[in-house]
Ligand binder design. Structure first.
Ligand SMILES: C[S@@+](CC[C@H](N)C(=O)[O-])C[C@H]1O[C@@H](n2cnc3c(N)ncnc32)[C@H](O)[C@@H]1O
Length: 181
């Protein structure tokens, strides 16, 4: 990512107040499917921001590896994991995903919420273990003006057509998909 873009994320996260320990949870699109999340195994979160979902997955019983390009976001995510008492199960690291997915074993849950990286879609599917879940959401051009960060209509259902799609939606400028490999 460009240095300007990285600094924009840093400034944004530096300006936010700390999270409380109870401010964890799945992103809204996936909350209705929380019961499908396994209570053990491994999870990978891409572009985890301040870690609200990563820490929820760890509280749920998963060992989580989470990545974000922003140092401030990663610090906040680690602080949230510590205050929620699950730092041991949360491994949160600074990484620029433009360089590819960090190496690792196949995971039981892969979450990528509000970070669009079409060049990584294939690698994301490959990283999910057979029977594992992939949850992805992006900004969409559907019901919104086109923009360089927005997915054209149908992008997720095309990209993840090989998964068993549990649920998917598109509208109001967002697209999301939950599938099982
Ligand atoms: C809209 S936020 C979403 C954060 C989080 N997933 C959530 O739902 O709250 C997008 C996130 O992507 C991260 N990001 C943007 N480009 C990135 C890159 N190339 N590599 C890693 N993280 C990136 C930003 O730092 C930011 O935390």
């Amino acid at each position: 990512m460009s240095e300007d873009d990285r600094l924009r994320w840093e400034q944004r996260y530096q300006s936010l107040p700390p999270l409380r320990a109870d401010e964890t949870g799945l992103p809204a699109s996936f909350r209705p499917f929380a019961d499908l999340m396994p209570c053990s195994g491994t999870a990978l979160e891409l572009a985890c921001g301040r870690g609200t979902a990563a820490v929820w997955l760890a509280q749920h019983g998963l060992t989580v590896h989470a990545y974000d390009v922003s140092c401030a976001a990663v610090e906040a995510a680690r602080a949230l994991a510590a205050s929620a008492g699950c730092l041991q199960r949360c491994h949160i690291t600074v990484a620029d995903l433009d360089d590819g997915l960090p190496p690792g074993d196949a995971v039981d849950v892969l979450l990528c919420n509000m970070f669009r990286a079409p060049a990584r879609y294939e690698a994301m599917v490959d990283r999910v273990a057979r029977g594992g879940l992939l949850a992805v959401s992006v900004l969409s051009e559907v019901d919104a003006a086109p923009g360089r960060y927005r997915a054209p209509a149908g992008e997720l259902t095309r990209a993840f057509a090989d998964l068993d799609v549990i649920a998917a939606g598109e509208g109001d400028g967002q697209a999301w998909l939950l599938g099982r490999r």
